[in-house]
Ligand binder design. Sequence first.
Ligand code: UDP
Ligand code: MN
Length: 269
Amino acid sequence: MGGFAWVTLATNDSYSLGALVLAHSLRQVNTVHQLAVLVTPGVTPVMRAKLASVFNVVVDVNILDSKDEANLRLLKRPELGVTFTKLHCWRLTQFEKCVFLDADTMVLANADELFDKEEFSAAPDVGWPDCFNSGVFVYRPSEETYSNIVKFALERGSFDGGDQGLLNLYFSDWAHKDISKHLPFIYNTCSTACYSYLPAFKQFGGNVKIIHFIGSSKPWLQYFDSETRQVQVGSDLQHLRVVLQQWWNIFCSCIHPILSPEMAPSRVP
Ligand code: UDP
Ligand code: MN
């Protein structure tokens, strides 16, 4: 196939809702690139069909099921399950270059220029800026890189138990080697930054291209009033109200109409 793709991951139907909104947000900003989603058996067949209606490629991954040696060793480390599932993105070798996006991200403006960047490019993490945040990164699919990272992970593990700790150990020269691999923060604006540095958010917030709803700010967990079509956010998330509403607007216009009642988030009657 060749070409470039945006790639995300969903291991259950909740994160699939995030993936659906993400995909529609990419279509709305007229990306010229393809959309791919990795799914595990935790995603229901009905939800897979919804994903297939907007993603170009839906790839089944089930790391604990296959037969190679790394996976057999992984069976002894089930806690690394979701982390290892994300690593499958390196196996999409039908694409030349990809940008991985967490399913809790949303694209606000066309960011196709990210594909000019090289592996491994990512933006700083808000908690420890010498680490990158692994919610958005540019990479080159390669079976060799995939097996190297899996091997590394089984030997070294992850200092935070997730993919971010693992990838920061594997791409350990990111902090100092090549500034061109540091993505500007507007490509992965973590939702907590909005209150941890409010003046900067007021100054630069309008430039944000990709918002990342990290931690407990997941849009699908907020209360949504289906009568007024307004998201209700607690005082701690007020600064995110506009982008949370934007997420729900996409949900209401593009996704809710195609969901069967039992698949909608419990907060949407
Ligand atoms: N993920 C998933 N199922 C889970 C947890 C995570 O599919 O139960 C995927 C999803 O793409 C998600 C990513 O892994 O966006 C990273 O997890 P999350 O975004 O919850 O971590 P955070 O960004 O809040 O640290
Ligand atoms: Mn995330």
